[in-house]
Design a protein around this ligand. Structure first.
Ligand SMILES: [Cu+2]
Length: 122
């Protein structure tokens, strides 16, 4: 009987010691996923900040317009926002790896001219 009691005690101690590790392991991927999920690009003063963002495939870029009227258009036409007034947001999720140059329809042009940026998806 004493052996069984000892075994139970050991099992309980092991469970207590490993429980925090299990919790940490469960929490970590959620935090990592949250960090990779959405990257914010600010639209201010006729420029995109940061001008180039690098994200993981499956992640989303959210453009937040802080001033003026702007419109986000992919150079290859793969995504286009509505005309964004101050305070408006536009999001696009990039499923595939690649380089996605974009520009403001009103203040930029294809090939990184004037008001333009790039999303690099890895
Ligand atoms: Cu613009």
């Amino acid at each position: 009987m004493k052996k069984i009691a000892n075994m139970i005690l050991v099992a309980v101690l092991v469970a207590m010691m490993t429980a925090p590790m299990v919790t940490a392991r469960v929490k970590k991927p959620t935090a990592a996923r949250g960090a990779a999920a959405t990257t914010t690009v600010k639209i201010t003063n006729f420029q995109f900040t940061p001008k180039t963002v690098t994200i993981a495939a499956g992640s989303t870029v959210e453009w937040v317009n802080e001033a003026g009227k702007h419109m986000i258009e992919a150079d290859d036409g793969s995504f286009t926002s509505d005309a964004l007034t101050a305070g408006a947001k536009f999001s696009h999720t990039f499923a595939k790896a690649g380089k996605y140059p974009y520009h403001c329809t009103f203040h930029g042009d294809k090939g990184g001219k004037e008001m333009a940026g790039t999303v690099i998806v890895k």
